[in-house]
Design a protein around this ligand. Structure first.
Ligand SMILES: [Zn+2]
Length: 103
């Protein structure tokens, strides 16, 4: 099970992919993701069993592409989103700071 970067077409194992998620936006229900290979910044929505990719629009988020990730689960907490797959859990904090190292 590999998850692609839509910019450079690298594919990542779930652990590598979800560790690169960094800011959870509660209002839009999306997490920000920065590709470890090419630095492309993307936004995605986590669903049960799949990831949704798309575009921010009118303060919301329209999903246009979905990638199936069997076994994926999500749990919304106060200040973060917990993403889990099998035994692993990744905690994505609510983003209040700017991305460090952005050019
Ligand atoms: Zn990339």
């Amino acid at each position: 099970m590999l998850i692609p970067c839509f910019a450079c077409e690298s594919r990542f194992r779930p652990d590598e992919y979800f560790r690169a998620c960094h800011d959870y936006h509660r209002g839009k229900d999306v997490v920000a993701w920065t590709c470890p290979r090419c630095g492309n910044r993307d936004e995605l929505r986590v669903f049960t069993g799949e990831l949704g990719f798309g575009y921010a629009r009118h303060g919301g988020f329209d999903v246009s592409d979905r990638v199936r990730v069997p076994g994926l689960r999500r749990r919304r907490e106060d200040l973060r989103l917990d993403i889990s797959l099998d035994e692993a859990v990744w905690r994505v904090p609510t983003g209040t700071r700017r991305l460090v190292g952005a050019h």
